[in-house]
Design a protein around this ligand. Structure first.
Ligand SMILES: [Zn+2]
Length: 299
């Protein structure tokens, strides 16, 4: 089985604390992964206001112990505390990711704004998110990003249309089973999507019967149940990279021992583009078990 790890950075603290943990572990095990970083501001404190707007968010915060996962500082950023830049504050760390053989792309620009407001955004504002993300990446990495991963798997027909104009090699904005070209409401788009195939840790921990102790076994069961030859698993610097790093490390060591082969999303994209075998598939914003708020799902 092939497994690609999609590492999403959501916050300043996650970048600072989670990236070094992952880099050290991956180096030790000889694993290459794909990292997606928002180079713009960390306004995650604004997420606190979601409590009042989105049904189920408060319940999830308590069930997944999010109050422990996210420090008080993170929860106030962009509200009472200023919003520091995420990727742009750590050029060395961003460059280390690539230097150590991993790939790095952009995870939007302003994560919270995209997550909370994308459906109501003007086309001009959406374009601005892409432009700011690309130019901030370029400043640090000395080249344009090849890949885009939408914050919170949020897309609209407009965001995919504008994305096409930037010529990314691939995007990972969706959840699904295999690489595809997205179709929304009959409209076809041309940027290849490499979807995440597995539920995330914070989602699964909100399921009945799943807890920290049995989490790894449950996740492996999910992997086997789907019987795909290649999986893409999304992990977060704020969850698997810090608070639950020991649990994640144990899982990865087990997989490595069992002979799972680790690949990058870029390699999956190369293979798909070479074989020209990605179908056009409908995408819809849908609710997934354990998640507060809908995500883009390959139908
Ligand atoms: Zn994210």
């Amino acid at each position: 089985m092939h497994l690609a790890l999609k590492v999403d950075v959501d916050t300043y603290d996650g970048m600072q604390d989670g990236i070094p943990n992952f880099l050290k572990l991956f180096k030790e095990l000889g694993i290459r992964a794909s990292f997606y970083v928002p180079f713009g501001p960390d306004a995650s404190g604004r997420a606190v206001f979601r409590v009042f707007r989105k049904k189920g968010f408060l319940k999830k915060m308590f069930r997944t112990n999010a109050l422990k996962l996210y420090s008080l500082k993170t929860m106030l950023r962009g509200t009472l505390l200023p919003a520091p830049m995420i990727g742009s504050s750590f050029p060395q760390l961003a460059q280390d990711i690539e230097r150590e053989g991993h790939e790095i792309g952009i995870h939007g620009y302003h994560h919270v704004e995209w997550q909370d407001h994308l459906p109501g955004m003007s086309e001009e504002k959406i374009r601005r998110h892409y432009e700011l993300g690309i130019s901030a990446f370029e400043k640090v990495m000395g080249k344009k990003p090849k890949a885009f991963a939408a914050p919170a798997w949020m897309i609209t027909s407009a965001s995919l249309g504008i994305q096409d104009s930037f010529g990314f090699k691939y995007a990972s904005d969706t959840r699904g089973k295999h690489p595809f070209y997205p179709v929304v409401g009959g409209k076809q788009f041309k940027t290849l999507q490499i979807p995440s195939t597995l539920p995330t840790m914070d989602e699964m921990l909100a399921w009945d019967g799943v807890n920290i102790e049995n989490f790894n076994a449950q996740l492996t069961l999910q992997m086997k149940a789907l019987s795909l030859s290649t999986h893409v698993h999304s992990i977060h610097t704020e969850v698997e990279g810090t608070a639950l790093f020991p649990v994640f490390s144990a899982w990865i060591r087990d997989l490595k021992r069992d002979g799972v082969e680790f690949v990058t999303l870029n390699e999956i994209a190369d293979e798909t583009l070479k074989n020209k075998n990605a179908p056009q598939t409908e995408v819809r914003m849908s609710n997934l078990p354990g998640r507060a708020g809908p995500v883009a799902v390959q139908i």
